[in-house]
Design a protein around this ligand. Structure first.
Ligand SMILES: *Cc1c(COP(=O)(O)O)cnc(C)c1O
Length: 250
């Protein structure tokens, strides 16, 4: 296993390389470079490494676990960047997560949306959300079934504190981007159908999809946010199933 990169210069170099990949993919896909934002997926990455990435030009960070938000963000509070939550969110962690992030990309159930809404109402706040869709049909991943997205959107739209920005997916877990492509294509189809059906406004077109190994494919299929971890920070010590399977810790 490759060890976690510890060197600031390496993080800056990796970040520049990923930005170059995004630029090249946009060019190839005939898209403007500023249509795609890079989110740094920072699970397991210590605060000082995240700081290096922000200082090297990272502007958007995503965490999967409330525990990690709590332990790291106080150390990063003087830096200017945007925070999203991209992990499975449990109801009992809602209060905590809302104090740290401006967007939750992983809303996949009405119950969670309603609980968020209740809490936000009591705080007099609003938040941006993405609806997470399971495009790989692997039981181990969270996300609404593509067929259920329209009805979920219809119900979430009634909750005034939640500003729906678009859809998010993890996609098939496979090292061959061509095998992941159908997941990305499906997310775009689900979005386009929801827009046609009047369930997503034309301002809610975001597609958060694509990671270290397949961001090019995701951009070709319309990604507006790619979420990249390993290509910038090095391989993680735990397999991703640790983050995507768990339902106890959050
Ligand atoms: C870890 C993670 C990523 C980034 O994956 P890499 O392979 O490290 O680029 C993206 N999205 C989610 C939800 C993640 O948990």
């Amino acid at each position: 296993m490759v060890s976690v990169i510890t060197d600031a210069a390496a993080i800056a170099t990796n970040l520049a390389h990923v930005k170059q990949r995004i630029k090249a993919s946009c060019l190839k896909a005939g898209r403007a470079e500023n249509e795609v934002r890079l989110l740094l997926a920072t699970k397991t990455v210590p605060a000082e490494k995240i700081k290096e990435a922000i200082q090297a030009g990272g502007t958007l960070i995503g965490e999967n676990k409330v525990q990690e938000l709590k332990s790291k963000y106080p150390l990063l509070k003087d830096l200017n960047y945007e925070k999203h939550f991209i992990g499975h969110l449990q109801t009992n962690k809602i209060k905590d997560v809302l104090s740290y992030v401006s967007c939750i990309e992983s809303v996949d159930q009405l119950g969670l949306a309603e609980n968020l809404d209740r809490r936000l109402q009591s705080e007099g706040k609003k938040i941006d959300i993405f609806v997470q869709v399971n495009t790989s049909f692997e039981g181990s991943k969270f996300g609404a079934h593509p067929n259920d997205v329209d009805s979920l959107l219809k119900q979430i739209r009634r909750l005034n504190t939640l500003n729906i920005k678009g859809l998010m997916t993890i996609g098939l877990f496979d090292t061959d981007p061509e095998r992941v492509r159908p997941s990305f294509f499906l997310l775009r189809q689900v979005r386009d159908r929801a827009i046609e059906n009047g369930l997503l406004s034309s301002a809610a077109k975001e597609l958060s999809m694509g990671m270290s190994g397949d961001l090019e494919t995701a951009i070709e299929e319309g990604a507006t946010i790619v979420r990249v971890g390993a290509a910038i920070f090095g391989q993680r010590p735990y397999p991703d199933s640790y983050y995507w399977n768990e339902n106890k810790e959050g």
